[in-house]
Design a protein around this ligand. Structure first.
Ligand SMILES: Nc1ncnc2c1ncn2[C@@H]1O[C@H](COP(=O)(O)OP(=O)(O)OP(=O)(O)O)[C@@H](O)[C@H]1O
Ligand SMILES: [Mg+2]
Length: 256
């Protein structure tokens, strides 16, 4: 049965998509069958995963609205399969929110397509918001993981996210578990004192929920846009590739 993991933080630019791509690729390279799901109308996960620039209507939102089948929408990257997004998802999100299954449409689509039997892992990249698309991800998964850049404003909104996760776990998806938070764009030797202070607060507050692996700042991650594949494939010796492999190992320990 597939383990389904959402990467969530409603703060923008904290490394959700970069991490989703590299964790999905890392699991695939370990031999697991992996499905990525792009829930963000910005479609960055899709853009980083293939040469196709715009998936138009052939997106996960139309699968959720039952206007496309799983086989019509699913795509292949160099390592994993994925359900793409496009800017059309902004409009489709509104339609989903007025449909009969406003927060369970993705879960129903997974059930119908037998996703749990077809894959070992599903990695859902969420938009920087706690709206209908993120709520669908939270209702379709068993685990939530957050990426976090050690900045004051990222921490400021963090508790709102837990309110939402707890509400979904209490009322809608009792299988939902918080698997933890990891730091991105982080280096313990950096000079920025604020960042260290925030990282310490998060570690103290989150306790065992904080991953010991952190993702260092690495410009190789910004080359993914040209490469259209994970850093593990085009720069396997880089800090980023090493960190994402370690992070994936730690994630497997946490959820097994
Ligand atoms: N460890 C890192 N080192 C250097 N740059 C990074 C690192 N992680 C991410 N980036 C860069 O930071 C930017 C934001 O990352 P990313 O798109 O993964 O964040 P996000 O949380 O998905 O953003 P959004 O909320 O807009 O979807 C990107 O340009 C990415 O290449
Ligand atoms: Mg993103």
């Amino acid at each position: 049965m597939a383990k389904i993991i959402s990467i969530v933080n409603h703060k923008g630019g904290v490394g959700k998509t970069t991490s989703s791509v590299n964790i999905a690729a890392s699991l695939s390279l370990m031999g697991y069958k992996v499905l990525g799901v792009d829930m963000d109308p910005q479609a960055h996960f899709s853009i980083l995963s293939s040469q196709i620039r715009d998936y138009g209507e052939e997106v996960v939102g139309n699968l959720m609205l039952k206007r496309r089948t799983f086989d019509q929408v699913v795509q292949k990257s160099t390592t994993y399969e994925f359900l793409p997004s496009s800017k059309e998802m902004t409009r489709l999100e509104k339609e989903i929110s007025f449909s009969v299954s406003p927060v369970k449409a993705l879960a129903h689509a997974f059930t119908k397509a037998k996703v749990s039997e077809l894959y070992d892992f599903v990695i859902i990249d969420c938009p920087p918001a706690l709206g209908t698309l993120t709520l669908n991800a939270l209702n379709a998964c068993q685990y939530v993981v957050s990426s976090f850049t050690p900045e004051p404003l990222t921490w400021a909104g963090f508790t709102d996210m837990f309110t939402t996760i707890n509400a979904v776990a209490e009322y809608d998806n009792p299988t939902l578990k918080y698997a933890g938070v990891f730091f991105t764009k982080y280096h313990p030797n950096m000079r920025n004192r604020e960042a260290h202070a925030i990282a310490d607060v998060v570690r103290q507050t989150e306790g065992e929920q904080a991953f010991t692996t952190y993702i260092r700042s690495d410009l190789n991650l910004q080359k993914m846009l040209l490469q259209k594949r994970s850093v593990l494939e085009f720069a396997p010796e880089s800090n980023a590739a090493i960190d994402y492999k370690n992070l994936t190992d730690e994630l497997l320990e946490k959820i097994n």
